[in-house]
Write a protein that binds this ligand. Structure first.
Ligand code: DGL
Length: 279
């Protein structure tokens, strides 16, 4: 096995949302070591300008690249939408995978009426990256982008079920799905992409205001598959039977990262697994 195959995979998000991608990656490639960085000090990214998100994204990448990673996953849709090109230019020797294209692929694989709604942060929707990625795959698809930035705060706060997230979901999605709101498009989307790595936690609340015929997808599983394919292509998958280790980096408040991260990952993250870093 190439020594480089034993190097870790690096991943980053603005906060703990990318742990939904880490969870899928762990399931797909349990032997791999991973270093996960959550830039919690500067969250949210989703309301910031492309210039700022690009600067943050390149800084997060620099922190991971200096730790000898074999591949970088940009586990944040906002950074994938805005900073992917700059990150690839800054680190031409590191394979870089974002989450927007895999998310678009997941949506295009299930839509039947080729009408896809994208829920994401304000910046991701404004930049149009999802819409472009979907049209690239299915040129005839209709896309509707809906900024839902408040979902990020709800997920970080752990308010993921009950009256509050359901009311927020209704406020965002009634104009898409509820004819009583008066503004529904004649062709209702049959597919809803959760285009922000924080949103899968709110899927049950989102489901309460979405017709049962609508398929809800996110990019976690397809991103994990893309990473597996890329590492296989490069001959860099780590073989063996052991369990890969995960190291966590955060730019702020270790106890909070442990607490909220545990909720996103679904398995405990202890404070001694987390290193505080300054970018
Ligand atoms: N999790 C990030 C994403 O996937 C966004 C959260 C934020 O606004 O920082 O877009």
């Amino acid at each position: 096995m190439d020594t480089k195959a034993t190097y870790p995979i690096g991943m980053f998000d603005s906060g703990v949302g990318g742990l939904t991608v880490l969870k899928a990656l762990r399931q797909r490639m349990p032997c791999e070591d991973v270093i996960y960085l959550g830039d919690t000090a500067r969250l949210p990214y989703g309301t910031k300008s492309p210039q700022t998100v690009t600067r943050y994204g390149v800084q997060c990448s620099a922190e991971l690249v200096k730790r000898d990673i074999k591949l970088l996953v940009v586990a944040c849709n906002t950074a994938s939408a805005m900073a992917l090109t700059a990150i690839r230019e800054a680190y031409p020797d590191v394979p870089v995978i974002g989450v927007v294209e895999p998310g678009a692929r997941a949506a295009c694989a299930v839509t039947k009426n080729q009408t896809i709604a994208v829920l994401a942060t304000e910046s991701t929707i404004a930049g149009g990256a999802y819409q472009r990625a979907i049209h690239h795959l299915v040129p005839t698809a209709r896309t509707m982008g809906h900024p839902c930035s408040l979902f990020v705060a709800l997920a970080e706060e752990g308010w993921i079920d009950g009256a509050v997230p359901e009311a927020v979901a209704a406020r965002y999605l009634d104009p898409v799905f509820n004819p009583a709101s008066g503004s529904v498009d004649p062709v209702i989307p049959d597919t809803l992409v959760l285009g922000c790595t924080h949103f899968p936690l709110l899927a049950p609340a989102i489901r309460t205001v979405t017709p049962p015929s609508v398929t809800i997808v996110d990019s976690a599983a397809t991103t994990a598959e893309t990473v597996f394919d890329e590492l296989t292509r490069l001959g860099l998958t780590r073989s063996g039977t052991g369990c890969g280790k995960t190291a966590y980096l955060t730019t702020d408040d270790v106890p909070r990262f442990a607490r909220t991260g545990t909720r996103f990952l679904g398995t405990p993250i202890t404070e001694n697994e987390i290193e505080l870093v300054d970018l």
